[in-house]
Design a protein around this ligand. Sequence first.
Ligand code: C2E
Ligand code: CA
Ligand code: CA
Ligand code: CA
Length: 275
Amino acid sequence: AKAKGRNGYAVFKSDMEAVIMRRQTLESDLHRAIYNHEFFLLYQPQIDANTGKLLCVEALIRWNHPVEGIISPLEFIPIAEDNGTIVQIGNWVLEKACQQIKLWIKEYGYSPAVSVNLSAIQLSQGDLVSTISSLLEQEKIPAELLELEVTETLILHEEKRSIDLLKSLKKLGIRISIDDFGTGYSSLNHLKKLPLDKLKIDRTFVSDIPGDPDSETIIKTIIKMSKELGLEVTAEGVETQEQLEFLKGERCPQFQGYYFDRPISPMVIQDKYFK
Ligand code: C2E
Ligand code: CA
Ligand code: CA
Ligand code: CA
């Protein structure tokens, strides 16, 4: 039993070492990744419940690491937040998304709105208002085609400052949505103070329906509330026909999830939705 235990410990220790080493490698490689053009964006459609048409696409970053291959944002975004490279990476995502809008307008005379995820660090450290206003000017795209996704916790953290910042961003004409809605601690009173366009129902609730009474209630409530507040609402993480039927039954107006599309390249978006 002892030998086994020691074995187990040895395996555990080398696993830990591997995890730590990988993290250190990624941490230092992040500094060069933008310069080396190692990031790319995929886009996941948001679909109108009534018409089946494309409303918006969410930009989702991937890292094509020269040795490690494709790395998920779930792994490298937290590292980039720790070492500060998230500000540069976030600016790159914003620029790339605006360029994509411009390209689609140029080639198709049309672009869906593109939503971009914001990290808390970008709100607190970056000069987002001037970054975004110069981007809109540089790419000459309509501001309402750019949407920013922020989380509830991100706003609650520095409430006054965040609300002012979101208001200044909103004045530029861009759209603002709350991501992963329902998982944070927003009160209605709090929501009312924010210049919002859309709530995105977190996929942990969607994955539990139909069947889980609590998630069903939360989803119904968010849909009803958003309508009363005059906000759009998107259900995230729709994977099955059953989930879709439930959401349609509750008059959920917009869907996003693997049932419709995974995150896909701009070319696939064009082929599927622009023709
Ligand atoms: P998120 O903003 O909540 O994005 C939705 C995530 O759910 C995406 O994962 C998407 O691929 C996945 N997803 C969409 N539909 C389904 C579904 O039906 N089932 C399941 N199981 N998953 C689904 P992804 O692309 O791996 O991104 C993970 C997270 O990384 C994002 O969560 C977001 O928080 C962060 N992230 C991604 N891109 C960026 C970025 O450019 N900047 C920042 N700051 N964060 C980003
Ligand atoms: Ca998001
Ligand atoms: Ca989300
Ligand atoms: Ca999330």
